[in-house]
Design a protein around this ligand. Sequence first.
Ligand SMILES: Nc1ncnc2c1ncn2[C@@H]1O[C@H](COP(=O)(O)OP(=O)(O)OP(=O)(O)O)[C@@H](O)[C@H]1O
Ligand SMILES: CC(=O)N[C@H]1[C@@H]2OC[C@@H](O2)[C@@H](O)[C@@H]1O[C@H](C)C(=O)O
Length: 401
Amino acid sequence: MNKHIEKLYNSAKKPSRLVIGLMSGTSLDGLDVALCKIEGQGSDTKVEVLEFTTVDYTQNYKSKIKSVFAKRQVDLQQVTLLHPWVGVLHGQMVNQCLADWGVNASEIDAIASHGQTIYHCPLRQHGLPEFGNATLQIGDADHLAVTTGITTLGDFRQKHIAAGGEGAPLAVYGDYLFFTSRQENRILLNMGGIANLTYLPKTADSSAVFSSDTGPGNTIMDAFVQQHFAPLQYDKDSAIARQGTVHSGLLSALLEHEFFTLNFPKTTGPEVFNLGYLAAAQQRSSTQELGLEDVLATLNVFSATTIANALNNAAAELGEFNVYASGGGIHNPLLMEHILNLCPRVSEVRDTSELGIHPDAKEAVLFAILANECLVGGQQAFGNIEQGIPNVTMGKISFAD
Ligand SMILES: Nc1ncnc2c1ncn2[C@@H]1O[C@H](COP(=O)(O)OP(=O)(O)OP(=O)(O)O)[C@@H](O)[C@H]1O
Ligand SMILES: CC(=O)N[C@H]1[C@@H]2OC[C@@H](O2)[C@@H](O)[C@@H]1O[C@H](C)C(=O)O
């Protein structure tokens, strides 16, 4: 037996495993690194987050990724160069984290690497009948494995698409296994660059679970701040948006997109919701001369409205439920205030730390859970394709040598 297969087999038989989950999202702020101790599999999964950190990206890294990020036309050589380059850099970041934590690479069973999405285009977005759903993540897992000496699982989204999904949201799998409660209906809300939600009924009936992107979270706000308020990267504590006034005409124009009228499940990305989208809405509403603060105030309420509408729609047929939020959007107080004002049935938005996972770490932990399922799970049928949740094992396995 190949020594790597044997080692994985032994890892899979252990009562618990150490898995490092890595997430690099659409905000391009940094690499989230979560060292997780995972016991069991399926709905018996137990996770302890031993360490968590976000390794900030350098300006050089951000500008290189931005040269190809969410763009229809790119330099194909640049994409080809970035694929291994990101894998090596993410590997070096993991090595640095391990050194900082005083953990030896040989103690780690696996890395679960999301990579960096550079383009996401479900069929309903590209509309080309010859092609299906598609998404592309770079940061090759072989390079991570060789750089760290640790078996790495990567490229999780392709299996989801191969089995009929849109390649996202994948959080639903971990949400279901880890956050389902017999005591309360839960909606898990993640507000990163793009926002998404997962509904978890207290019946724990996996066929009733659903998940969907809701539209922009921070992505257009961030891009606008980076363009007009550099070197700021985002509207820290809503300081700029609070100085502005919401423009109802621009808000209505921003809300005019077919995506918001489609039923769940659906996915999107900064390929759609970007500064070009804002410019088109400003043109339609004749608000090109609007003050920068007013535009940001309007973008803030735009994200909040689409998130709140999705929450209200998801909850329409439900009894009592509680909302648990995660992602950087929870740190934007104005966004949170608007969401509460627009959701009469939600009296408070809690965060996932109340459920044992720090909200900034949640997505990285979820990929660690997906890797654990690939290694030891797969025994419990979960999902239903009508809700965009195919019942599949995800992740490709890369060995270190
Ligand atoms: N103090 C703060 N005030 C306002 N916004 C904040 C604050 N802290 C973080 N954010 C927002 O959170 C963003 C980062 O969120 P997060 O790390 O969840 O994104 P991501 O994981 O890249 O996104 P995605 O889930 O779409 O992949 C920042 O770019 C910023 O917009
Ligand atoms: C294609 C892609 O990278 N999508 C991300 C993005 O960021 C948030 C939202 O859009 C979500 O659908 C997804 O990530 C999370 C981790 C997911 O798959 O659940």
